[in-house]
Design a protein around this ligand. Structure first.
Ligand SMILES: Cc1ncc(COP(=O)(O)O)c(C=O)c1O
Length: 403
């Protein structure tokens, strides 16, 4: 056994989260994987299936829908699911209850948050700043939100934000972790800078929620959005969430006021009167099947602290970088993920020639990461189910493919 394989064994033996892996379905591999067991390093794109989800979904479909039918809106807690599940996500992102509502996609929530942010500040603030390196959907939505609210959109890198802020800034849309490089941005200091300029900070937590502590309340974040299908394992297309800080909720003027965010949804009134609290962020009928699959998926977090997840995440990415340095030939890959812990999310992105073909070859050998245009191999490390032996194996297979 190689020295690194032995080290992986020791790290796995000491891993306090090792038992959580059993809460997931991981023993099936894709048909073309050459080896018996795969290594799944794509939980930053689609989290693995929690083992309790299929049975729960079956109950929701067969009993709640099939037998109780319309009664389930009340008796099975369907109507209140968006706020209830929001409260289950809240501790994972450092929010007190009553500030998160689940529903719609991240894109739609970015729209709600950004337009509402602009509406909270004065008309003299005519500029929106957006992360120039953002996941594209945020940029597209920000452009449309700016056009609709009569503001100018100014793309800047997160590092340029402090210098770009001023009296004109209405809102700033930032990513906590860059989807391509895995770089973690300094949410506390950027939020403080946005506030010092009198503007509203909107954070996209897609790549940080469930992977590291976010501290929304602690750092005074105004508005935040995120998806639930990555590190929260909610399933393909599971609904996103919207955080509105409690003291801003009365001023949250949604650009998508629907009957679900009405103070009296069953009053069927023609005038709109917004509900109070987080449910002001709701729009229309929630997608119950996906939402309740997510609720079941969140049970894997029982007894798991986000601090323990962060500690293991850093240990996993450190170990992966160590194995890659040891196994992969000099100059074949270059990490674009920061080496400094304070700037690293839960993924490692390696720039590599022919990255698309290399990823295909890795997947054929059972190591599943993904490729991001034009030359990035992305490996996501979900501490709830990725172990150190997986990491060593992934690096070893990568070296074989590149040889
Ligand atoms: C940072 C970020 N924002 C938004 C999205 C996607 O948004 P939606 O859930 O609307 O597809 C992603 C998807 O990977 C993302 O990485």
């Amino acid at each position: 056994m190689s020295e690194l394989a032995a080290k992986a064994g020791a790290l796995d033996a000491a891993d306090e989260l090792a038992g959580v892996r059993k809460r997931f379905v991981l023993d099936t591999v894709s048909d073309h994987a050459a080896d018996a067991a795969g290594v799944y390093l794509d939980g930053n794109s689609l989290g693995a299936l929690p083992a309790n989800v299929p049975e729960r979904v079956e109950d929701v479909v067969r009993r709640q829908w099939g037998e109780l039918r319309i009664r389930s809106w009340d008796e099975s807690g369907w109507w209140t699911a968006p706020e209830r599940i929001g409260d289950r996500i809240a501790p994972l992102v450092g929010a007190a209850p009553g500030q998160i509502v689940v529903g719609d996609s991240t894109s739609v929530n970015v729209f709600k948050a950004l337009v509402a942010a602009v509406r909270m500040v004065g008309d003299d603030r005519d500029e929106i700043l957006v992360d120039a390196t953002t996941f594209p959907t945020d940029g597209y939505i920000a452009e449309s939100a700016a056009r609709m609210t009569g503001r100018t959109l100014r793309p800047v890198t997160p590092g340029e934000v402090p210098g770009a802020l001023g009296d004109r800034t209405a809102a700033v849309l930032l990513n906590h972790v860059d989807y391509r490089t895995g770089r973690l941005y300094d949410l506390p200091s950027l939020t403080a800078a946005v506030h010092a300029a009198g503007a509203i900070a909107v954070w996209d937590l897609c790549h940080s929620a469930g992977a590291l502590p976010v501290g929304l309340d602690e750092h005074g974040v105004d508005l935040a959005v995120g998806c639930t299908y990555k590190y929260l394992n909610g399933g393909p297309g599971s609904p996103a969430y919207l955080y509105v800080r409690s003291d801003l909720q009365d001023r949250f003027d949604s650009p998508l006021p629907g009957w679900n965010s009405h103070a009296e949804p069953f009053g069927m009134r023609s005038d709109f009167e917004p509900a109070s609290g987080a449910l002001r962020g709701r729009v229309g009928t929630p997608d119950i099947l996906s939402m309740l699959a997510l609720e079941a998926a969140l049970e894997v977090w029982d007894g798991v602290s986000i601090e323990a997840v962060r500690a293991k995440s850093l240990a996993l990415t450190d170990f992966f970088l160590e194995c890659v340095a040891a196994y992969v030939g000099e100059g074949r890959v270059e990490s674009v993920t920061p080496a400094v812990h304070a700037e690293r999310g839960s993924q490692v992105a390696l720039r590599c020639e022919d990255a698309g073909d290399v990823m295909k070859a890795l997947i054929e050998r059972g190591v599943v990461g993904d490729f991001r245009h034009p030359d990035v191999l992305r490996f996501g490390f979900t501490p709830l189910y990725v172990g150190f032996a997986d990491v060593e194996r992934a690096a070893r297979v990568l070296a074989e493919v590149l040889r």
